[in-house]
Write a protein that binds this ligand. Structure first.
Ligand SMILES: NC(=O)c1ccc[n+]([C@@H]2O[C@H](COP(=O)([O-])OP(=O)(O)OC[C@H]3O[C@@H](n4cnc5c(N)ncnc54)[C@H](O)[C@@H]3O)[C@@H](O)[C@H]2O)c1
Length: 448
């Protein structure tokens, strides 16, 4: 029996018997739920993160993600099947290594692969024959093969022969109560049959279904296609929102009615722009890679422009509405309701509310925020000057004191009845007050 075959068959046996140790590099919104799902499936899950504090919190069983069930992490630690470390040398213990580190944009709004590079370099140092490495971070088609694989090969080992390599995009939707890591099917792509087979065996033991595709680049493209589809459709409804408003038509009412068509229409909702580290970022990765291969994606680029332009459009609308009420934005006090990029999640990455806040202040207005998920303004790359600010208390006196309140995030733990009662002017970018049947009808309420 050849060495290649015996390495493959031994790893296959260990995965099928759930005897394998699975390391997850990066224990954030994606890596942590995945590591816990791996442990729940019966594997030994080793989480590896450069953030020593997070590692210590996890080993102490702390609930580091607020929407997790109370004892989820403590139970996993107590089971003996999950532990965390910052010691990359322990990757040698792993049969499979899943990479879940960030893939944001750099200052020039181009793919920032530095986290993946550092993780791959750390893995290459520890790589041993018979291990499976899977990249999960969202990235451009070709990155696993042309970016990660060459780094892993600096170990002197060959892919498909000594070690195995696959790409499986994360489809986690933080805070979604209907779909969890385990119940979302997982795409799996490999560039050789053994890598694909091993990755398929691993994921079909952890999640409801593993869906194989023919290459890592195809799997990478699937993820970008999904996210770009959303970005483009959201741009479309954001554009419709503005022109329908000019026609006296409410876009949300149009979408709800159109969604009653049982085929050919899928509802997407407008908002203050798009946040998170996925939907706003993926189309940029795709379009960047298109240029790399001599192509262009004007539709995608336009969608990104429309969505990133939303905070400015809302700021301008605010200025116009205040002026119509005899008030200048330059001297106004504004309250933003929500700086998280989406409901009930303590995540503000790429949040359009942060941009809106900065734009209002750039125009001379003073802008405070209230957000139950952010008692203190988060650390950000683009808004460092705002750090140290605190969420203001949402009481009757405070709400009434602002010239306008803008609903930027539809958090559930907000007293919208109080806002409807006391605010002088409300710009609702999420249609929340209408949905809750709280929208004032005396001219103080506008959808934006
Ligand atoms: N958050 C989402 O909703 C979501 C959904 C689908 C896909 N993704 C993708 O998943 C990937 C991870 O995103 P996330 O939201 O989990 O990020 P995150 O910022 O929540 O977590 C990343 C973690 O990786 C750690 N880390 C960074 N560099 C490291 C290194 N070299 N070695 C070990 N750990 C390191 C950080 O300390 C952090 O704990 C990204 O590519 C993202 O685009 C995210």
């Amino acid at each position: 029996m050849s060495t290649v075959y015996s390495q493959f068959s031994e790893l296959k046996r260990r995965l099928e018997a759930r005897e394998a140790t699975i390391a997850t590099v990066g224990l954030g919104y994606v890596g942590l739920p995945l590591a816990l799902a791996v442990a729940e499936a019966g594997f030994k899950a080793l989480g590896v993160d450069i953030d020593a504090r997070r590692v210590a919190d996890l080993n102490a069983g702390k609930r580091v993600i607020s929407y997790f069930p109370e004892n989820k992490i403590a139970d996993a630690v107590a089971s003996g099947r999950f532990s965390a470390t910052s010691d990359f040398a322990r990757l040698a213990e792993a049969d499979a290594i899943l990479i879940c580190v960030p893939t944001p944009l750099d200052a020039a709004r181009e793919p920032n692969m530095a986290y993946v590079q550092r993780a791959a370099q750390a893995i290459a140092k520890e790589l041993r024959p018979g291990q499976l490495v899977v990249l999960e971070s969202t990235t451009w088609p070709g990155a696993t093969r042309n970016f990660v694989e060459p780094i892993l090969r600096t170990s002197g080992l060959e892919r498909g022969k000594d070690f195995f390599l696959a790409f499986s995009p994360e489809r986690e939707d933080p805070g979604n109560a209907s779909y969890t890591t385990k119940t979302i099917p997982k795409i799996v792509g490999g560039d050789d049959p053994r890598s694909l087979e091993l990755a398929q065996i691993l994921y079909s033991s952890v999640v409801t279904k593993a869906v194989p595709v023919s290459s890592t680049a195809t799997a990478e493209a699937v993820k970008l296609a999904e996210n770009t589809f959303r970005n483009v459709n959201i741009a479309l409804v954001n554009e419709m929102k503005q022109v329908f408003a000019g026609m006296g038509v409410d876009v949300w009412e149009v979408i709800e009615a159109a969604a009653t068509k049982p085929f050919g229409f899928m509802p997407f909702y407008p908002g203050p722009g798009i946040g998170g580290d996925c939907i706003p970022v993926s189309p940029v990765y795709l379009s960047w890679r298109a240029r790399d291969v001599g192509g262009e994606m004007p539709l995608v680029d336009l969608a990104v422009r429309i969505n990133t332009g939303m905070p400015r459009a809302i700021r301008d609308r605010l200025g116009t509405e205040l002026a119509a009420r005899g008030k200048s934005l330059a001297h106004a006090r504004i309250l933003l309701l929500g700086i998280a990029y989406k409901r009930d999640v303590e995540d503000s990455r790429e949040s359009p509310a942060l941009e809106l806040l900065a734009l209002i202040e750039e125009a001379g207005g003073r802008c405070d925020y209230h957000d139950p998920c952010f008692p203190v303004f988060p650390k950000t790359r683009d808004h460092a000057a705002l750090e140290g600010r605190r969420s203001v208390a949402l009481d009757a006196e405070a709400v009434a004191s602002y010239d306008a309140v803008i609903v930027t995030t539809d958090h559930t733990k907000v007293d919208y009845a109080l806002v409807a009662d006391k605010a002088r002017l409300i710009l609702d970018t999420r249609n929340v007050l209408t949905k809750l049947r709280l929208a004032p009808t005396d001219g103080r309420y506008l959808k934006a």
